[in-house]
Design a protein around this ligand. Structure first.
Ligand SMILES: C[S@@+](CC[C@H](N)C(=O)[O-])C[C@H]1O[C@@H](n2cnc3c(N)ncnc32)[C@H](O)[C@@H]1O
Length: 238
């Protein structure tokens, strides 16, 4: 059960199935494998929205709602999270209920390539570690633009490939050798962490991703590498 790499038909169902399977252990694996760095990156995404003061936020590929929860710092009116994997959403709903935030954050099943919202509905759209999994990247980016209000901001957090010695070599070793082994031991399944490595390597990062954003109609696109370029945060305006 390993989804295909790149933009291939049938990827969506395979991705959904994979995330439903790992959902109960997703948060634990995230913290262990990234040594907690991932939460710092999510906080940076939120900081990049602080000046915009968005009232209505959409978190695409919300998973277990970590970014939606972090975005509560912005004191928005409402946050909506969408994801194709119901198992991930279930875990997210439990976290939201435990924090008594169910009236502020709503999670619903939805496909980023066919979002169930009217045009111009949100002040900001966020997506963390989601775009790499889309079956059709252009469709996903265009849909997120459609539901953003004019002048609204998209913020994307995604893995990228560090290009400098020795981080490039260390990262490659960690991603290829350590991560799939630890991932399969803790999760009990071998596919997902092999997929994580391969999909991150194949993903168009940096300038290539900025070109994808521009192609989908965004303006003022920026890329801010995080932690030696292991991840990058992109911003784009509708
Ligand atoms: C690596 S997880 C990231 C979850 C969360 N954003 C986070 O930061 O932890 C990727 C998520 O993307 C979701 N996903 C993949 N393709 C999707 C699509 N086409 N529409 C909506 N969600 C999708 C998966 O179900 C999964 O929950």
């Amino acid at each position: 059960m390993r989804p295909p790499i790149g933009q291939v038909e049938g990827k969506k169902q395979a991705v959904e199935q994979m995330f439903d399977t790992i959902a109960p252990r997703y948060d634990l694996l995230n913290r262990v494998l990234s040594m907690g760095i991932d939460q710092g990156w999510r906080r940076r995404v939120v900081a990049l929205l602080s000046e915009d003061k968005p009232r209505k936020i959409l978190d695409v590929a919300t998973g277990t709602a970590d970014l939606a929860l972090a975005s509560m710092r912005l004191q928005p009116e409402h946050i909506t999270g969408v994801d194709i994997a119901e198992g991930m959403l279930e875990m997210g709903r439990k976290k939201i209920a435990a924090l008594d935030l169910s009236d502020k954050i709503t999670l619903q099943r939805g496909d980023s390539e066919n979002l169930p919202f009217e045009d111009n509905r949100f002040d900001a759209v966020t997506v963390a570690f989601g775009v790499r999994n889309f079956e059709n990247l252009y469709a996903g980016l265009s849909e997120m633009r459609r539901v953003l209000r004019p002048g609204g901001k998209l913020v994307v957090l995604e893995f990228s490939k560090p290009s400098h010695f020795p981080v490039k070599q260390l990262y490659s070793f960690y991603f290829r050798q350590v991560l799939p082994r630890v991932g399969s031991t803790v999760s009990g399944v071998s596919g997902p962490y092999q997929y994580l490595n391969e999909s991150a390597m194949a993903f168009p990062d940096g300038k290539d991703f900025l070109a994808e954003l521009t192609k989908a109609g965004y303006r003022t696109v920026t890329a801010e590498p995080q932690t030696f370029g292991i991840a990058t945060i992109y911003t784009a305006i509708k």
